[in-house]
Every structure is written in C-alpha cells, then in structure tokens.
Design a protein. Structure first.
Length: 329
C-alpha cells in the first residue's frame, strides 16, 4: 500500500494538518516538529503529491528567480543560496536570464505569473512604474531596488562606496573616475550619490564615465577615456567592469596599481584570483538570496504583506590599489 500523509502523522506523533503545513508552509511549524515530520517521511518513503497540494491550496509550489545576466559571477552565489532556501521551504525555483533587457524581463514575469506563486527580481532593469504594475499581478521581491509598496532586499552599496572613497583618499588620490553601470541600475545611483558626498567632504574631483554595460567589454571600451581625464584611481560599477579595464590598461602599457588604482564592486569569487588581486566592495549576495525568498514567501502567505531588508557591505582591500605615482621633480 502507498504511504499516506496519515502514516507520516502517526509515526511523527502529530496531526495530519501539521504534516501538511510542514511541507506547504514550513515557517508556520516549529523547527523541531518539522524535523520530526521530515524524518518520519524519509523513513516511510513518503513524497507529497505536489499536484494535489496545488489543487487544494491554489499554489504551485514554485517560485521565479529572474536575473539580468547569469554569466556575471555576481549572480550564481545568490541563485544557489536562494534555491537552497526555497528547497528548505519545499519550493522549487524557475531561473530565467533577461540578458540585461527590460522588455525580456517584463515578458518573463508575465509568462511566469500563472506558473509560480511569486518571483524575485535581481537587479531589475524595468522602470519603477512597470514593476509596481506587475506587483499587482504577482507577489514580487526586488533585490537592489527601493520601491514603495514592493518588498525589497537592499545591499548597502552606498556605505561600501564611502569606504572605497575613504580608502582611495587615504592613499592620496585626488582625481577619481567613477565608471557607471546601466542607466536604470539602482547600484549606479547609489554609487554616484556616495562618491559625490565623499568628494565634497575632501575636495576630491570626480570624473563620471558612463552609463556603461556591466561587462568586461564595458570596462575595456572606456580605458582611453579614463586615461584622458588624468585621474589616478577608478571606482568601477562592478568587478567585471574593473577586470575589463585592468586588462585593457595592461595592453596599453599601464600598470595597476602603479599608474592607476582600481576598485570593483561585488567581491565576486574571481576577484581574489585576478592579477592583481582586486580591491572591491563586498556584497552579501548569498544572504540577499536567502532573505529575498523569505520575504517572498511571507508575501505569498499574507497577501499584501511587504517589507524591506538592508544588508551591510564592506571593503576588501587587495593589490589593485596603492598611493598615486609621484611625477615631476
């Protein structure tokens, strides 16, 4: 005879409804009780019927996770953490890549709406107006976008940028280039505001170059423009842009950090292995992925519930920054 939910309830010593909640709304069940239920289910070989549960609860048991560019090393740790968090809550995750295109992002959300219980948008490229409209159709959580009425997880890149500026100023840099990212990127705006404040406080001149694609090619394409400013340091939109800039600078005979100090943003896993190892703002991406799933499921369980979580960032100093070279006699 097939194992039923009643068998699991009997072995674990709880009511059938508790077993049901342990699989469909884990956050409503005491962790020790849920662990006992899961152990009993594993012992008996019980697997919940997701199709039947969907019919009885009007839920799919699926979540959407939409990112701007899955090839960017910023995203995989976030995706992995979010997927693990969803799995712990007995949810499956559909992952989609928009290739940095707002139109594709909107199409994906609308097509997913009937297949998932909610979606997480990571670094969205859509306008606030469109995101707000979509949030009326499907529960949404946005990562790195502040939007009234929509749940969000913010990584405090502004604070990290201020530390990056203080680091460069402390080394003696007074002419700094800020390489912007995509025009609609929330991170770009936060970096711009933070650099302005620190520049005003210390009499530093900021040269803004952008918007730029958030890719290695985006960094390579602007090296000549950066050099023409006469600046001695660069704060890039992300690590990929920084990598592209460093490699193109080397091709032109420029040393990093000898001729140009470079700071990235993300602290992606390759930053420590680049040559030179990259000084960068550490973004807590795994924590953001887990937090976004928790916020989304809270919204799914309590329609209309919203919240915002802000996560701290820090500066990781490596080999790509140094005092500016002294010229002249």
């Amino acid at each position: 005879m097939p194992v039923t939910i009643r068998d699991v309830a009997k072995v674990s010593g709880v009511h059938v409804s508790t077993v049901s909640r342990a699989f469909s709304a884990a956050h409503l069940v005491n962790p020790d009780t849920r662990a006992r239920v899961l152990a009993a289910a594993e012992e008996l070989g019980y697997r919940p019927n997701r199709a039947a549960r969907a019919l009885s609860t009007s839920r799919t048991g699926n979540l959407g996770l939409i990112v701007a560019d899955i090839a960017n090393p910023f995203f995989p740790p976030l995706l992995k953490a979010a997927q693990a968090q969803a799995r712990a809550r007995d949810y499956h995750v559909f992952i989609a890549d928009t290739d940095e295109q707002a139109r594709v992002e909107e199409e994906l959300i609308r097509s997913m709406a009937k297949q998932v219980d909610g979606a997480v948008l990571v670094a969205p490229r859509l306008t606030n107006r469109v995101i707000a409209e979509l949030a009326q159709e499907i529960p949404l959580v946005v990562i790195n976008r502040r939007l009234r009425g929509v749940s969000g997880v913010l990584m405090d890149v502004g604070a990290g940028t201020r530390r990056a500026m203080e680091h460069l100023i402390g080394l003696g840099h007074r002419e700094i280039v800020v390489l912007g990212g995509p025009a609609r990127a929330w991170t770009s705006g936060e970096i711009e505001r933070a650099t302005e404040h620190r520049a005003e406080d210390h009499g530093v001149r900021i040269h803004r170059v952008g918007p730029n694609p958030p890719t290695e090619e985006g960094g390579r394409a602007v090296v000549e423009q950066v050099v023409a400013t006469g600046a001695t340091a660069v704060l890039a939109h992300n690590d990929l842009v920084a990598f592209g800039l460093v490699r193109r600078a080397a091709e032109l005979g420029l040393g990093v950090p000898g001729d140009l100090s470079v700071i990235g943003v993300d602290n992606s896993h390759v930053a420590r292995y680049s040559s030179p190892a990259l000084t960068t703002v550490d973004m807590p991406v795994a924590e953001a992925g887990r937090g976004a799933v928790d916020l989304l499921l809270r919204s799914v369980d309590a329609a209309g519930s919203t919240g915002t979580v802000t996560l701290e960032t820090s500066l990781v100093v490596r080999d790509s920054t140094a005092p500016p070279r002294i010229t002249g006699a």
